[in-house]
Ligand binder design. Structure first.
Ligand code: PBE
Length: 305
């Protein structure tokens, strides 16, 4: 009995409250046009709700951005939103279509720089480091058990433009495996250098770990195609960043071509480096940082307010 009465009272209160809210709402919308004018002079921070659109939590760029939030006074009120690489890219695209400001965690090589007019915000404190390289790692023992695959992985080396071409094809709708085949066909001279001295095998199995970052989808699929070309049966294992390093360190995966160094994956290298074999850079001149469309009026992280 008692309960029922309380419920009724609760309902009455909710109804009363919603009338009050409705009244407030209409009051506010009267002044709405004034607000709209005001928003054009709102600070960048206000316009984006003090949010940086991030990617997957395990990414090095997320760690660097967390550090940027601590180190830059300009970012004192800002927060980093965890997301995924795909969701970040689609939010960026949406913002650009609407000519709205947005601040994202970005990196190069990435197709977004060929599709949109973007700029890195200067990083005077060097939180995102200097130029990065992308490095290849394999499990211990691969050299002895799978010398051909080891040789290809060791000799795999390309440029930002090469990777960019594959990324753009994927972004424009090609399946990653298709885009990789196309690149391999069109670049037989480069591929020949990677396979030089690697004997053909007959259906041996090999697994490559990767994270669903657009850059690594491109590189891993290309290396897989090349390994298939010399007779391997390749399994691609999609993981988060930490598990990707663990898998190679444990020997659950045979290798990966996705180690960003010296900074981005420094922590992972410290933790797993001596349990893997490091084969060196497969791409030089990569970069990470905070990225905005060129129409955003900020040139440096210090301009974010
Ligand atoms: N990335 C792309 C990764 C490495 C590759 C920059 C998003 C990261 O931040 O860990």
């Amino acid at each position: 009995m008692f309960k029922k009465k309380f419920r009724f009272l609760g309902l009455a209160m909710v109804l009363a409250l919603s009338f009050v809210l409705a009244a407030c709402g209409s009051g506010e919308s009267d002044g709405g046009s004034g607000d709209g004018e005001g928003s054009s002079s709102a600070s960048l921070g206000e316009q984006v709700d003090y949010k940086i659109t991030g990617i997957e939590p395990g990414a090095g760029i997320m760690k660097a951005t967390t550090k940027a939030l601590e180190d830059y006074e300009s970012l004192a009120e800002w927060e980093l939103i965890e997301s995924s690489s795909a969701a970040m890219a689609s939010e960026l695209q949406k913002a650009i279509e609407d000519k709205e400001p947005i601040v994202v965690t970005g990196w190069t090589p990435h197709w977004m720089f060929s599709k949109f007019d973007l700029k890195y915000l200067e990083d005077p404190k060097g939180v995102y480091g200097e130029a990065e390289n992308i490095e290849t790692f394999v499990r211990k023992g691969l050299k002895d058990d799978q010398p051909s695959a080891y040789k290809v992985l060791d000799q795999f080396h390309w440029t930002s433009e090469d990777m960019g071409a594959v990324m753009v094809d994927i972004q424009e709708g090609m399946k990653p495996a298709e885009a990789a085949s196309k690149w391999v066909e069109e670049n037989s001279d480069k591929v020949a250098k990677w396979t030089e001295g690697a004997d053909k095998v007959d259906g041996k199995e090999i697994s490559l770990a990767f994270v669903a970052w657009d850059s690594e989808i491109a590189s891993t699929n290309v290396v897989a195609k090349v390994l298939e070309g010399i007779g391997y049966k390749v399994e691609l294992v999609q993981l988060d960043a930490g598990p990707m390093f663990t898998a190679v360190a444990n020997g659950d995966a045979d290798g990966m071509v996705a180690g960003w160094l010296p900074l981005t994956h420094k922590d992972y290298l410290e933790e797993y480096g001596d349990k893997m074999e490091r084969l060196g850079p497969n791409l030089e001149g990569a970069k990470t940082g905070l990225v905005v469309p060129t129409y955003v009026e900020a040139d440096s992280i210090e301009d974010l307010k």
